[in-house]
Design a protein around this ligand. Sequence first.
Ligand SMILES: [Zn+2]
Length: 390
Amino acid sequence: MSRPTVPAPRPHPTPWRTSTRGRRPSAKVLPSQARAHNRAVVLGLLFHSGPVSRADLARATGLTRVTVSEIVGDLLADGLVAELGLRPEGRVGKPAMMVGLRSAEHHIVAVDLQRLPVGRIAVLDLAGTVVSERTADFSGLRGEEAFGALAELCRQAVESAPQRVVGVGIGTPGIVDAGGGVVESARLGWKDLPLAERLSAALGLGVHVANDADAAALAEFTYGEASASGFMAVVVGQGVGAGLVLDGHLVRGHRLAAGEIGHLTVDPRGAECECGRRGCLETIVAPTYLARTLEGRTPARRRTALRDAGRRLGAVLAPVVAALDLEEVLLTGPLDLLDGPLLQAAAETVDGTLLPTSGPPVRLRMAALGENGVLQGAAALVLAGEFGFS
Ligand SMILES: [Zn+2]
């Protein structure tokens, strides 16, 4: 029987939770840090490759068999992995015991606040499968009231989950710092709200928060097929935002606002935007504006308008793709608006703007996870925050 192929470990997980900014790098790696790192590497491999033997794990991670056996022993004791039976190893050697992650026996509560006033609260297993889901109406809720409603929804979801909940993840519009504090979220009326810290204290669980577009990007990396080398996930929802992953790390930016492309002016004489200016990217491609543009048009004129919006989007994306040498750009949002003439025109514009290089051209495509992207990204935040892999 041929061995299953075990992929090499992915780049070290994104530092979603801890920021090293302003801290001097320490020369010494403590044994406890090394153990935590090795445990995260083993968990990440089991997550991405499925059940394998201890010997396979040692080969794929470069760790010694003794170290792998110790880690697997700890994970068995913690109930995170299970022994799944023997795999025949061919004529030579004794059969190997397979170990696998107990994905279905652990749950995550994930919240998607991207399409406010509607919020989605779901219970997912570790594999990102939605076990149960509900929506909640946040109309008129701002500030402390919005926080209270969110905390109550999370509490109910944690209590209703059939399995042990390992953590809570939240994807929210606005600017979020590395510790899960919301610096500013205009839609929810939050400013300098230590959201992760306060929810964690209220729920007695680890809570992990990210900007909704960043969460969608992480989801494509963890649960989708997006390349770790460099991609941008453009989320078209209430507004337009983007999450950027470069060399396996989320790009946060100087003011934590990397990927905030929605209010770039693309047409100074265009429609008035909610930010008070005119012709922002949002006024061209956000569904509420786009639907208004398309209203009453014939199919041919509709197509022309969608292509025009796609060209404008492409013109914004091209310099980012060039500056960062991205491999892919993923779009997520309403398929009927984005997937067709708009996507095609955006791709043509990016292609036509960039200097042709010898390597493969940048790919523009719809995101694999679609409307569950933010929800699954919130779950991926928990995997990264609680277990150290993504
Ligand atoms: Zn604007």
